[in-house]
Design a protein around this ligand. Structure first.
Ligand code: TXA
Ligand code: MG
Length: 362
């Protein structure tokens, strides 16, 4: 059963949120209601993390399966000690280096913390965001805030208040509009209950930076190609962050990728289908004659720019009613790993490899 609410929208200055607005929103959190708010990564759908009924409402509003755990957001790193037990030595240097910021730590859950927060697991995922609105809301609420991304289950995450309303209008009590988020990609999820620690989801803190603190950190992903073992994070379902249109990804030498995308677009368009193309700025000119909807995400090596607009671009093409979306799969350095992961999930892991010898020729 869905959660239903009379959604109200509150506007705030993202850099210096007005205290009266934050106080009002915090009253909703204290009353067990749902408040969507901006973080530096994506918008979160927030509820009092220590109120199991409020947590339950988050799952219902998002139509999220009960086996997909939520992230708990705190305003002070010391709040961690009230939520988690058996805190490993890694936490202090990690918090020093990356908090507040887009790093989520998975730890042993303290016994008094509601188990539905963690979908019944014995662990808890915690992060301290840096966004002034998120921090002010948590502080004013005087409780940690559980918040998954503020999209409906499997849809691309919301990076603006308009995206939140698109998915959740009538199913969230308050939407705090603090403008577009800065990173546009979710936090990195690092599991500290395993030794050595494991990155369950690449995100805003890049693995190269984690390695400087924890040289032995591993990445587990069905998609990154360097998975050491199969232990996917709960809730990391294959189809995720997905547009309604079918997403087709291409990988290979740049020229081969461009011609595969052009040829495929031309074929679909000849069959009366509407085609969207996601491209790097450098390639946009190749596609202008096709009659496809084209979104240039940013310059090829500017992962920060591409990451910021990626989810919005998937939503925009959906809004234009395209049947298929064609996109290149970019390299996985730095933030590229998170971009690649989100694209692969949205495409259910399927990639067209072009311009390379097939294995039997090798
Ligand atoms: O940037 C972000 O992390 C955003 C903002 C709002 O903070 N939140 C977010 O939440 O992306 P969500 O629920 O969409 O993704 C959280 C993911 C889950 O899908 C799950 O894979 C992982 O974090 N996770 C949460 N709790 C976990 C746990 N106890 N053990 C392992 N993985 C966990
Ligand atoms: Mg999510």
């Amino acid at each position: 059963m869905d959660y239903s609410a009379k959604t109200i929208i509150m506007h705030v200055d993202p850099a210096a949120p007005e205290p009266d607005v934050i106080t009002k929103a915090a009253e909703y959190i204290r009353a067990g209601k749902l408040v969507a708010f901006p973080t530096e990564t994506v918008y979160g759908l927030g509820a009092n993390a220590l109120d199991p009924e409020a947590v339950e409402r988050v799952y219902r509003a998002k139509r999220r399966p009960a086996n997909d755990p939520l992230i708990t957001h705190i305003a002070q790193s010391t709040d961690l000690y009230r939520l988690a037990d058996h805190i490993p030595a890694w936490v202090e240097p990690l918090a020093q280096a990356f908090w507040p910021g887009p790093l989520t730590l998975v730890l042993q859950r303290a016994a008094h913390v509601p188990s539905n927060l963690a979908a019944g697991l014995s662990t808890i995922a915690v992060r301290m965001p840096i966004h002034p609105v998120a921090r002010a809301l948590i502080e004013a609420s005087k409780t940690p805030i559980a918040a998954p991304s503020a999209n409906t289950f499997t849809r691309p995450s919301a990076t603006t208040a308009a995206h939140v309303l698109e998915d959740l209008y009538g199913r969230v009590d308050v939407v705090i509009d603090g403008g577009p988020t800065t990173l546009g990609l979710e936090s990195t999820v690092l599991d500290l209950t395993q030794d050595p620690p494991v990155v369950l989801r690449p995100g805003g803190v890049v693995i190269e930076d984690l390695r400087r603190l924890i040289p032995e950190v591993r990445a587990v992903s069905q998609y990154l190609g360097d998975a050491d073992e199969a232990s996917p994070s709960p809730g990391q379902l294959l189809r995720h962050y997905a547009p309604r249109a079918r997403l087709m990804l291409y990988e290979g030498p740049a020229a081969a990728v461009r011609s595969a995308i052009s040829d495929t677009a031309a074929r679909y368009i000849a069959n009366g289908r509407r085609v969207g193309i996601l491209t790097v700025n450098e390639d946009a000119a190749h596609y202008t004659q096709l009659g496809a909807r084209i979104i240039a995400l940013g310059e090829q090596h500017d992962h920060a720019a591409i990451g910021r607009v990626l989810f919005g671009a998937l939503r925009a093409l959906d809004g234009q009613g395209v049947d298929v979306i064609l996109a290149p799969l970019l390299d996985s350095e730095g933030l590229g790993a998170a971009i690649r992961d989100r694209l692969l999930r949205a495409a259910e892991g399927k990639v067209f490899h072009v311009g390379q010898p097939t294995s039997h020729e090798a």
